[in-house]
Design a binder for this molecule. Structure first.
Ligand SMILES: [Zn+2]
Length: 69
């Protein structure tokens, strides 16, 4: 089983505790996603998801691509 470091709470958790994203897994575990809802996504165009890359760059990802990932 794969493990991943959560960028929010700092814990090492199984990959199953992370939601999938366009290119792998979200940087935050599911627990943190519940605690800290995505702040700006609601403002994004309805066809896009706003994501923040690990290097801090914000990017808009087509939801279609997001789902296929
Ligand atoms: Zn976490």
């Amino acid at each position: 089983m794969k493990y991943k470091h959560c960028a929010k709470c700092g814990q090492i958790k199984p990959a199953t505790e992370f939601n999938k994203r366009y290119s792998g897994l979200q940087p935050y575990c599911r627990e943190c996603n519940r605690k800290y809802p995505r702040e700006r996504q609601e403002q994004a165009d309805s066809h896009f998801n706003l994501v923040v890359l690990p290097n801090g760059v914000r990017a808009f990802i087509l939801k279609k691509e997001y789902k296929n990932a």
